[in-house]
Write a protein that binds this ligand. Structure first.
Ligand SMILES: Nc1ncnc2c1ncn2[C@@H]1O[C@H](COP(=O)(O)OP(=O)(O)O)[C@@H](O)[C@H]1O
Ligand SMILES: [Mg+2]
Length: 232
């Protein structure tokens, strides 16, 4: 397994908001992560990243326990986090964004993805190399944010609502790239999304959370038949 989350509980000060959360991600697989607003999806991602310390439970990456590591040490091992507020430097060009982040993300074990690889994988960026990121459309910025997450040796990418503010055709284009690149490089991804249909189309499995607990973990076909949609 690339990522294994075991019996994770976490929260803020004395308030526990996720409890006993467990799931696994196989190499190259994509997990669509759904739940109502406030269900605990971001809290789960923040605990995997290391922005929150778990009250209980474990996080494993490639067979190594990482839940006590600092954020930079998790990033060095291949954890990547894409916030929903476009994770790019708006006042730098596309080339400069890629250069800065490439220097921060050295190669580790696994795939070795450098700037030319990202430009080849995401042709939409190649055409914008000298543009300031802040002047680009939401879709282009999101594509750049995803490209930055690929630099170095990513193992597991955590994506917060990447479709926010994107036109439907751009959502499909972005999701298609995510699917293709994750499969090609054996990178796994967690996709928090409100565009449920689009996310399920590229997902290998679906996790549904309700009030801080996992209520469904299974393949998209089974999720479609379930009655968990009534939660949100
Ligand atoms: N920084 C914070 N401090 C205190 N409570 C928070 C904080 N962030 C989120 N929460 C609470 O934790 C719960 C889960 O939130 P969150 O993980 O953001 O849910 P989701 O991402 O599924 O919408 C909610 O009740 C929310 O109000
Ligand atoms: Mg959230």
């Amino acid at each position: 397994m690339t990522l294994a989350v075991r019996n994770l509980s976490a929260g803020y000060r004395d308030k526990i908001v996720i409890s006993d959360v467990s799931f696994e991600l196989a190499p190259g697989s994509i997990m669509a992560f759904f739940g109502h607003n406030g269900a605990g999806k971001s809290t789960t991602l923040k605990t995997i990243l290391g922005a929150l310390a778990p009250v209980q439970g474990e996080v494993w990456l490639d067979g190594e326990r990482i839940d006590a590591l600092a954020i930079p040490d998790r990033v060095a091992r291949g954890i990547r986090y894409l916030p929903d507020s476009r994770g790019v430097f708006p006042d730098l060009t596309v080339d400069e964004n890629l250069d800065v982040v490439a220097r921060m993300n050295p190669f580790g074990s696994g795939a070795r993805i450098a700037v030319p690889d990202v430009l080849a994988m995401l042709p939409a960026l190649e055409a914008k190399r000298r543009s300031y990121a802040g002047t680009m459309s939401g879709g282009q910025q999101q594509m750049l944010a995803f490209g930055l997450a690929l630099l170095g040796s990513p193992r597991c990418i955590l994506l917060e609502e990447p479709s926010v503010g994107l036109q439907p055709d751009l959502v499909e284009a972005l999701f298609g790239e995510i699917r293709r690149i994750c499969a090609q490089y054996g990178i796994s991804a967690i996709l928090v999304e409100h565009k449920i249909g689009s996310a399920m189309n590229i997902a290998d499995h679906v996790l549904i959370m309700n009030n801080g607990a996992v209520v469904f973990d299974g393949p998209p076909a089974k999720a479609r038949e379930s009655n968990f949609w009534e939660y949100f």
